[in-house]
Design a binder for this molecule. Structure first.
Ligand code: FAD
Length: 392
């Protein structure tokens, strides 16, 4: 059933963007939703569902058409991420890693050969992507990277370990950051495009999680993995600017995904509040339940407004919108977590039963609070931009 919030969500989208929302929503509800709970219980990676994405152009929404993608505008990409995440965290993650982190970095910093080699295969679903950034010593302080890239004849040798790597066991392309000079901190960081299938010295280990069993996150060990010179994305030692631009876009897509998850909590809590009865009336008639529904609605739309504005800034050609990306990511991930908590509360004890989706949504929302920068990091960044001690 549509709500007044749907009208607000669509209000300043154009006809084409609304159509994309409708198409992706229908696809997600029909093709993805019936399988999500089962995949989670069976810890099964949704490879058959991923295979359905290219036909709708959903694996290349940030990749220009000349490389087989379906790019129209950044806001449309946000709507796609929102609608996929409303139903399935993992499918939304496949799309956002491939596009925001990897695809957009190749579009912005790749040479012609790198673009021709990788972009059409990403858009066609021939290779899935992983971003290998986080290390066991910490993900927030990326400049303190321990993974090294050492010059060897004709290329670079990678050594080190990355953890929490989504999709790694299924990926055909790794976007890896490693340091060519650890003394230089961020000045040593270099970005590489690595083919994990045809490169010796890469081992993928288990990384068990309490949530997202169907994503099977992995540890990736590089032990003398030699990659050719043309694996460097951008310039050696200039990985931070590559990372910076893709993290901006990554934060946009994570924030859009959070809006989708926050919206899903409303979609589930509203009918429950109408139908569940206590003391002879629907629980939705109690003011304390109404308070939660009202908070959930306001949070979701406030977060959506930040996300859509960021998308429009990108579409207007603003190259770096880092403060806006931090604001959108911070507020949207809070909305996703808080909405999941409220939705669970509205469901009472059933909120934590396996029969209802809302319990799973809480841990999945919490995961989004860490990826692409924690809430603490974004809080700090926003304050620094405002104080003028950090520039976009
Ligand atoms: C489900 C999931 C999927 C993920 N997928 C990927 C992936 O595909 N690729 C990848 O590379 N990584 C991935 N990550 C890792 C994620 O990016 C990291 O968890 C995140 O960067 C935080 O790093 P950390 O966990 O090492 O925490 P730490 O960096 O150790 O931080 C610990 C705590 O200290 C706080 N903190 C750190 N620095 C400061 C500071 N300056 N001021 C205040 N507080 C601070 C943090 O906010 C946090 O609360 C994933 C994580 C999850 C949960």
């Amino acid at each position: 059933m549509s709500t007044p919030l749907d009208r607000m969500a669509d209000f300043d989208l154009d006809e084409a963007q609304r159509e994309v929302r409708e198409t992706v929503r229908e696809f997600a509800e029909k093709e993805l939703l019936p399988h999500v709970e089962q995949h989670e219980r069976e810890a099964r990676y949704p490879i058959e569902l991923i295979a359905k994405l290219p036909a709708l152009g959903l694996l290349g929404p940030l990749i220009p058409e000349r490389w087989g993608g379906s790019f129209s505008d950044v806001l449309t990409y946000g709507v796609i991420c929102e609608e996929l995440a409303r139903v399935d965290w993992v499918i939304a993650s496949v799309v956002s890693v491939a596009n925001s982190l990897v695809g957009s970095a190749i579009v912005a910093h790749g040479d012609d050969a790198q673009k021709d080699r990788w972009l059409p295969r990403i858009a066609a679903g021939e290779v899935l992507c992983s971003a290998c950034l986080t290390e066991p010593g910490g993900g927030t302080d990326l400049a303190n990277m321990q993974t090294t890239a050492t010059r060897v004849d004709g290329g670079w040798r990678l050594d080190g370990t990355k953890v929490f790597i989504s999709h790694a066991a299924h990926a055909g392309l790794f976007f890896v950051v490693a340091s060519i000079d650890r003394e230089q901190k961020q000045g040593g960081v270099t970005a590489f495009l690595v083919d994990p299938v045809h490169t010796d010295g890469i081992e993928i280990g288990e990384f068990p999680m309490r949530t997202l069993q169907r994503d099977n996150l992995a540890e990736v060990h590089f032990a003398g993995a030699v990659v050719p010179d043309d694996a460097v994305l951008g310039e050696p030692g200039r990985g931070f600017p590559v990372l910076g631009s893709s993290l901006d876009m990554g934060r946009f897509s994570i924030a859009a995904r959070c809006v989708g998850q926050a919206q899903r909590c409303i979609d589930l809590a509203l009918p429950y509040a109408r139908e569940r009865r206590a003391f002879g009336q629907a629980i939705g008639e109690f003011q304390l339940i109404q308070q939660k529904l009202s908070d959930m609605t306001c949070r979701t739309q406030a977060a959506r407004a930040l996300v859509y504005q960021l998308g429009r800034m990108k579409d207007a050609g603003v190259a770096r919108a880092s403060m806006e990306a931090s604001m959108a990511k911070l507020m949207a991930s809070r909305a996703a977590v808080d909405n999941a908590l409220d939705a669970i509360q509205i469901h009472g004890g059933y909120g934590l039963s396996a029969e209802y989706e809302v319990g799973r949504l809480l841990l999945e929302a919490k995961a989004l609070e860490f990826t692409e920068g924690t809430s603490e990091l974004h809080t700090k960044l926003i304050a620094e931009y405002m104080l003028g001690t950090r520039r976009q």
